[in-house]
Each structure stands twice: as C-alpha cells, then as structure tokens.
Design a protein around this ligand. Sequence first.
Ligand SMILES: [Zn+2]
Length: 399
Amino acid sequence: MNFIADKIVFSFNNIRKKASIQVHAKATGDLLFENTIIYPALINSHDHLAGNWYPPAISEEKFANSHIWVKAMKNHPTYLDRNKYWVNDGSFILTSKKEITLCSLGVYKNIFSGVVAVQDHAPRQTQEYYNSFPINVISEFTQCHSLPLGNWWGGASAEEEFALAQGKLPFIVHLGEGVDEITSQEFTDLKARKLLAENTIMIHGIALKDEEIEEISQAGATICWCPTSNENLIGKHLNINSCLKYNANVVIGTDSTLSGNINLLAEMKFSKENFPQVSSLDIFKMVTVNAAKALKLPPEYGSLESSSAELLAIDQILADPFDNLVNAKPENIKLLLHKHKPILGDAKYLDYFDVNPEEYSLYKVGRREKFVIGDFKKLTDYVNSFLDYHKTFPYLPQH
Ligand SMILES: [Zn+2]
C-alpha cells in the first residue's frame, strides 16, 4: 500500500510535499496520514545499553577526564541503586536474563525515540544477544574502550580489533573525553598506533584540536558527538564549529542515562538549543545518513530512497521538516517501521499490517492509544521484583 503524507523526507536533499511512499502491508490502496511528516528512522551511534539506569550518576562537580568519573561513579547513589538489581562483575557477558532485561530497557529507550539501529558500545557479545532485540542492535563492529585504559572490559587490543575490522567494519573507541593532558594526547596516540582510518569512530572528541578535526575529515573518519553526556561529566564540548568548517562526518550518540540525556530526541533538542549554529538539517544528517555511513549499515538505513523498510512518521507541528523532527517528542511518533514491520505507533495503524497482535502491547499517552512491540511493562515488573521500592524509567511511557 501507499502512505501519503504532507511531506516525505526521502533523504536530506530530497523532500517532497503531498508525496506517497510504497510500504509493505496487508492492506492495499492508499493511507492518508494527516498533519504528518515521514522520515527515515533514526540511528543512535553511541549507547551502553546496560547503563540505562536512572537518574544520571552525576554531580555538580565536573571531571578533567571521564576515567576519573568512571571511578567516582561507583560510589554514586544511582550506581549503588543499580547494584540492588545487577552488579557489574566486570565480565561484560550480557546474555543471561538479568542482563538482557537491563539491556532491553535500553533498547526501549531507543524505540520510544524513533530509533531502529543503535550502537551498543561494549565488548562484542554472542550473536544470541544481538538477536534478542526487536530493533537492530548492531552486531558487526570492532572496538576498544579507550586508548589510555585499553580493553579493560573485554575484547582484544586496540591494534588487534582494528586489524579484525579490515577496514570493512567500524572500529569504535572513546577518545578525548576530557580537558587534561591525557585526553589531549589521545589523538596523537591514535595516529602513532595507525588506528586512524575511514572506519574509525571516535566517541566524544572534546579534546580534539582544530587541526586534528581537519585530519579526521581528510581521513573520512567519524566523530560521535554526545553533548548532554559531555556537559554532565566534563562541562566542555567537542569543537562542533571546526567539524562543520571541515565537513567532518559527525554522528550523534545518547550515551547511557548514567551520564547522558533520556533519549535521542531529547539529545537532538539539547544539541539544537545549546549549539544554534548547528542547523536542524545538520542534526538530521547526524542521526541518519552520517550514522549509516559510519556504522556501515545497508542502504535501507538513513534514507527512504531505495526502501521504506526503516521508516518514521511524526506529527507535523512545525512546517520545516528538520525543525519538526528536532522538536518532536516520543508521543508525536505516529509509526515506526523496522524491516518493514511496525515497532511503535498509534494503535489504529497496526490493523493495516500482517502481524500477530499478541506480539504487541498497548498503552496510552493522554487520550492517544499506542502500540509497541513486546511488553516493556514485564521488564520493569521483573526489575522491580528485585527492589524494595517501585522504580520507574523516564524514557518509558509511565504506567
Ligand atoms: Zn560511552
């Protein structure tokens, strides 16, 4: 069938008014979405799915680098609170029920903000882990935690991981997350160790100098910007003006809620409000086409030009489609498709698809009835069965 909407953003430079797009559904004919803009679904380039406990483990104090925060965090009330449910024993094997439940909460954080693909920065898990989620938790990558600390959490050395990628998979590393001497040397170290290439994704990059950003752009590598997390921990930011000047490939990540914002929509809004020189169009590219390129995703991601498999329909509140997206809230999502399958949306749209209704749960936002794949309430009930109080997560609809 065809979806007809006020505007369809097929890609950042191909927007059509009163347009239609063909979608795989059981119904035939046309479905008119009123006051709606359709986009490619979003990509979150940096998260730690097991870290989406709440509230953030932060304080008024800022840190010279994130490695100091990682130590300080372990005494924070939020971290101690998560210990009541799950203690991180350092093995980073995330496949048993407690860990999968915790990571599934992180996946729902992403789903409720229109995300269909998320990079979970952790040591590579078994395929069973990646297969257990209803959206794409990207399984094809290599990584190092950071150059000063190495892969303390699992995985091979930075050089071995980089070699394993053979230039074909992303090589992901936290880099320059701070304002001190250690973090300012990390890019020099990266180059000396021959780890800068087109497939390198550097997370944060607060310490990157103007000329280093130019080199990154020339190498075709990627910088992942996590502005809320950077504000919360370090109080300083990636030099986004240099990134724009050199047209570097920038993507956006939420990080986990232990340090970052509550979801990708909130992160996009935070970026726009605090860095008004970054256009809404730039932000859109960071969560679609730039991310698909960096994470080496197939062509159905980040664009609707070749496929409608990964699609996001949102209430039209603002006329400019990019301003509209940057200001959208989770309840504005009318429909989210992943691999052509409905994942989230207004309940009335589920009937158009050939799906098993038992795979979904319903919830209400105001008077608007919504569906979502799976049952997020079961997850919070399971978590709460280990706690002596009722825990809620602000990135989930309240229930
Ligand atoms: Zn991180």
